[in-house]
Design a protein around this ligand. Structure first.
Ligand SMILES: Cc1cc2nc3c(=O)[nH]c(=O)nc-3n(C[C@H](O)[C@H](O)[C@H](O)COP(=O)(O)OP(=O)(O)OC[C@H]3O[C@@H](n4cnc5c(N)ncnc54)[C@H](O)[C@@H]3O)c2cc1C
Length: 361
């Protein structure tokens, strides 16, 4: 069927949090689904929740919290099999919900749980899946997915004829849906789960100690450290202990997230005595991540293109570099401070310490 001629049935698909709430990423996907249902003539909206058993009723709490989103149906798959992520059972739940809704479009948050299984669900339902969507709009009467290619250098928009079309919306791409709660009438859907689907067993969580946590996706500010922190300074010496103290103090005081340039994280990986809290997970750029924070501050980092391409979705960029000819000075930062980052961060931390503390995100 040609795009634009389908009367779309949109399913907003997500899992609930253990406390019966919906994550910010889920509410963002809901916002996209609601907007789409309003813009596509004749479209209808359904909510599909995957929830554990629980009292007070987890699924009911989640559905009520979005009760005024305009959905015609609130479908739910519940059970202890769905308390934690597992490909086989999540895929079974998604398929059952998509079938029950008669969904032609399925919008889900692009979090690991759904990114893992929805392409498989699309395959078994003879549909299609697109991940890393940054927007879902209506162009020429048809749903259109926008995403970035070649490490955020090229933006593309695409439409598909095939249905059902599963779309994973990248977290941080739009405002989360907001609205008053209202009682929602739940319809229970059964997902066929047998022992074959339970072969993978959830063993437990392993998380870094909270004082070691440096990646905070919800933080207002991203601090990026470059290899300059490990280089010889004006006195002919390196100062890794000062660098560590200044960076960790700043993260704590500003509740900022920490990124690193490739050069710096590679140094850590090669076992040199540098910044022990810096791992490849912190790397920003072409071969690293593309975080989304309102603001970013690069320190002791040159601002080369393969690094800066990871700053695509940082709204306001500032940098501190001793070199007035660094990459940031060539139009890649809104503000460049030509200064010694050791001195600037020392002063910044002093000012932050004098302010009332920022609440942990
Ligand atoms: C295919 C490919 C993919 C790549 N992918 C990535 C990627 O994903 N991410 C990434 O980061 N890089 C990537 N790179 C590498 C990238 O090109 C750069 O080599 C790297 O980003 C440089 O890191 P840096 O700026 O920390 O170090 P340097 O280039 O060594 O810069 C250090 C900077 O610190 C400054 N400095 C030193 N002391 C001070 C001080 N006291 N105060 C202020 N400034 C100071 C210096 O002036 C200098 O500008 C990639 C390269 C290739 C070829």
């Amino acid at each position: 069927m040609a795009p634009g001629l389908t009367m779309e049935t949109i399913l907003f698909l997500t899992h609930t949090e253990p406390d019966g709430s919906l994550s910010k990423a889920a509410r963002e996907a809901l916002g996209a689904a609601v907007a789409l249902s309003r813009e596509l003539p004749g479209a209808s909206l359904a909510v599909g929740l995957v929830a554990p058993d629980g009292a007070p009723d987890n699924a009911q709490a989640a559905a009520d919290s979005i009760g005024t989103c305009g959905a015609a149906r609130f479908l739910v798959v519940t059970g202890s099999d769905f308390a934690t992520a597992r490909y086989a059972t999540d895929a079974a739940a998604a398929e059952a919900l998509a079938l029950a809704a008669g969904a032609t479009l399925v919008l889900a948050p692009g979090v690991s749980r759904w990114a893992r299984c929805l392409s498989g669900v699309a395959q078994r339902m003879h549909g299609r899946a697109d991940s890393h969507a940054t927007a879902v709009t209506v162009e020429a009467g048809a749903p259109t997915v926008t995403r970035w290619y070649y490490r955020q250098r090229i933006e593309g928009a695409s439409q598909r004829d095939q249905r059902p079309w599963f779309i994973l919306l990248e977290p941080g791409s739009r405002e989360p849906w907001q609205g008053p709660p209202a009682p929602a009438a739940l319809e229970c859907v059964t997902a066929a789960v047998d022992q074959r689907l339970r072969r993978t067993v959830f063993a437990g969580w392993r998380t870094p100690r909270t004082d070691r946590q440096t990646i905070r996706p919800e933080a207002d500010l991203l601090l990026v450290a470059g290899a300059g922190w490990t280089k010889e300074q004006a006195d002919g010496q390196t100062h890794p202990a000062d660098a560590e103290r200044l960076i960790l103090d700043f993260l704590q005081l500003a509740q900022a997230s920490l990124g690193g340039s490739k050069s710096l994280v590679d140094l850590s990986g090669e076992g040199q005595a540098v910044l022990p809290f810096m791992t490849h997970l912190n790397q920003i750029g072409q071969t690293g991540s593309t975080p989304r924070h309102p603001k970013g501050l690069a320190t002791c980092c040159h601002g080369e293109e393969p690094h800066v391409v990871g700053w695509r979705f940082i709204n306001e960029r500032r940098a501190i570099n001793l070199d007035p000819n660094c990459g940031w000075a060539r139009g890649k930062a809104d503000v460049l401070y030509v200064a010694d980052a050791f001195a600037v961060m020392e002063q910044l931390n002093r000012l932050l310490a004098a302010k009332p503390p920022i609440e942990a995100a």
